[in-house]
Design a protein around this ligand. Structure first.
Ligand SMILES: Nc1ncnc2c1ncn2[C@@H]1O[C@H](COP(=O)(O)OP(=O)(O)O)[C@@H](O)[C@H]1O
Ligand SMILES: [Mg+2]
Length: 580
């Protein structure tokens, strides 16, 4: 949990945003608070006078009517002020939090791959939702009420001291004594509700993953253990909730006790005064009502302190996300990469994921423009990693990558990625129509262009068999498609994008060999004039490549044409023989 000063700075930032966006509403809130406070003070003073005058027995009918009228007026004042308060800060706060949430979403979508891979994405979504809720509750019902309560309470206390400082001093000493254990309770309640929040988020993340991998759950007959696990998590949530309630409940007898002591002080001192030179009856009655009001406010403040601790942590997480700038960013003087010829050059590139071991070591390669290059090697050799460096999904730890002689760190990310298309095994099919999925990234593409791309990826027969054709929705992650259909959809999308550099990472691995050969036939034609890097397990598909690169444990160990590599009798020859 962030320390108080850091938390205050964050709230300050949020309020600066609120001030920026909703100055008017904030003023309404201040005005409303002023009205409520004035109304409360006036009511208390009224009570004092009513009692004093009533005891005096000399009160006239006109005077009584005046007092009654004033009572209605003051109540109305409080009512109007309260309304203004409620609508102003809640709405202004919701708006500021929504702005923050928008920043968070933009940051998440723009975040580095490495950043996202290091977090469970379902967890991060649940966390953002929960945190937003916590901050919103704090701002609206929480802070709005707390602010009003504080102001009203201070005003009441001030009034009481002004009327009779000795009586007030004794009364508030009793209150102060009670504040200490309340603080302690607040801390314990905060611990419970922090547990509660963490459990809720963890459970949402776990359930999200389970439903995505539900086939695995069923295959390995893990329904029972998973349900038990979820139930255990729910029990922990319930317990934390019960603990929180328990602590809150404890504050009730405590507050009652403090209230009792305070009242006792009032009675003793006031009673003594009644018979002597002390405060009058009106003061005593007004003080009693004021004191009760203050105790209630204190109780609400104690609850708000607990909410604030949680909201502090939530706000810190939200700002942290909103402030996380991607590491992979454009240089200030980045220029647009014009449509390249497609020469790709790696100069002594080293790369490792995070703090892990090196995945690529001293990698140097030279790919002439328009070449078809096969990338082969055992699983885990670093083939996918190599491809991912070209569109800058990751940056090398050392060395450079050049396209047409230009360091890719010196060009804009948008122009780089416009000219490089990566088709990986993760097909990235979204819950939308077939048309929208193919035209993803080219939203303006004509029906004909989409049709041609689908035809090239051998999808048209399948699409024709669908009742809604191109307008058929494919389900979440393409759930209504076969693996091969998803892959062809991804290929059609890549074909439509028409980039001069094409990276295919086992992009045809889930196709049957007949379809694969047909798609490959098209791709060979499509590849004319483009640089293509093809990672393939079936070596047949790269046999006729201009250049074959063999990776082993992150190093380039062999390169050449198929025939040259066979003659070499090295790793490639072994892999080839294994597939015959
Ligand atoms: N996101 C990642 N975080 C950490 N390590 C990774 C990540 N992706 C891949 N690796 C590791 O990098 C190595 C190379 O992986 P990869 O490039 O996918 O191999 P290939 O595509 O040749 O099978 C493997 O040892 C793998 O465990
Ligand atoms: Mg791979």
């Amino acid at each position: 949990m962030p320390d108080t000063r850091a938390a205050m700075r964050l709230w300050g930032r949020l309020f600066a945003d609120i001030w920026q966006q909703s100055r008017g509403r904030l003023l309404v809130w201040v005005l409303g608070t002023g009205l409520v406070t004035a109304g409360t003070l006036a009511q208390t003073e009224l009570l004092k006078r009513v009692v004093d005058r009533a005891f005096a027995a000399s009160v006239s009918g006109g005077e009584l009517a005046l007092l009654a009228g004033a009572a209605v007026l003051f109540a109305a004042l409080r009512g109007v002020g309260g309304y203004g308060q409620m609508i102003s800060l809640s709405v202004a706060g919701t708006r500021a939090v929504s702005t923050l949430q928008k920043q968070v979403v933009a940051r998440l979508i723009g975040a580095d791959l490495a950043y996202l891979q290091a977090r469970v994405s379902t967890g991060i979504v649940a966390q953002v939702q929960r945190d937003t809720l916590l901050v919103q509750n704090m701002l609206g019902p929480g802070l709005g009420a707390v602010g009003r309560d504080l102001v009203t309470m201070l005003a009441l206390v001030g009034w009481m001291f002004w009327v009779d400082w000795r009586l007030s001093l004794m009364t508030f000493l009793a209150l102060a004594l009670g504040a200490l254990p309340i603080r302690q309770l607040g801390r314990r309640a905060a611990a419970h509700s922090a547990t509660l929040n963490a459990e809720i988020v963890r459970m949402a993340a776990r359930l999200g993953q389970l439903l995505q991998g539900i086939r695995q759950v069923k295959t390995y007959r893990m329904e029972g253990p998973e349900v038990a696990r979820a139930w255990a998590a729910m029990d922990r949530t319930t317990n934390a909730y019960a603990g929180e309630i328990h602590v809150h409940a404890l504050s009730t007898p405590l507050m009652e006790l403090i209230g009792g002591i305070g009242l006792a002080a009032l009675i003793l001192l006031g009673g003594a005064g009644l018979s002597g030179a002390g405060p009058g009856a009106g003061t005593l009655v007004a003080f009693t009502s004021g004191f009760v009001a203050i105790s209630l406010v204190l109780r609400r403040l104690a609850a708000a302190m607990v909410a604030r601790r949680n909201a502090d942590a939530a706000l810190a997480r939200l700002f942290d996300l909103a402030d996380t700038a991607p590491v992979i960013a454009e240089a200030a003087d980045a220029v647009d990469l014009p449509r390249p010829q497609g020469a790709i050059c790696f100069e002594r590139v080293d790369f490792g994921y995070g703090d892990g071991p090196a995945t690529l070591t001293g990698l140097s390669l030279d790919i002439p423009p328009g070449a078809k290059v096969g990338l082969v090697g055992r699983s885990g050799a670093g083939k996918s990693t190599l491809l991912n460096l070209i569109p800058r999904f990751h940056d090398p730890d050392a060395g450079r990558i050049l396209i047409d002689g230009q360091d890719i760190r010196g060009v804009t990310l948008s122009s780089l990625r416009q000219h490089v298309t990566l088709v990986s095994q993760e097909s990235g099919v979204f819950d939308d129509t077939i048309h929208a999925n193919i035209a993803y990234g080219c939203p303006g593409a004509s029906r004909d262009a989409v049709r041609m791309a689908a035809h090239a990826a051998l999808l048209d027969e399948f699409i024709a068999s669908l009742p809604d054709g191109y307008d058929t929705a494919v389900g979440e992650g393409g759930a209504r498609l076969s693996g091969g259909q998803r892959q062809r959809l991804a290929l059609a999308r890549a074909i439509l994008k028409d980039a001069p550099i094409l990276l295919l990472d086992e992009a045809t691995a889930s196709l049957d060999s007949l379809t694969e050969r047909a798609v490959q036939g098209f791709l060979d034609g499509f590849a004319q004039g483009r640089t293509t890097l093809v990672v393939a397990h079936r070596l047949h598909s790269v046999k006729d490549a201009d250049l074959i690169l063999v990776l082993d444990q992150g190093r380039l160990v062999e390169q050449g044409t198929h025939d040259a590599l066979l003659a070499k009798q090295g790793i490639y020859a072994t892999l080839w023989q294994g597939q015959q």
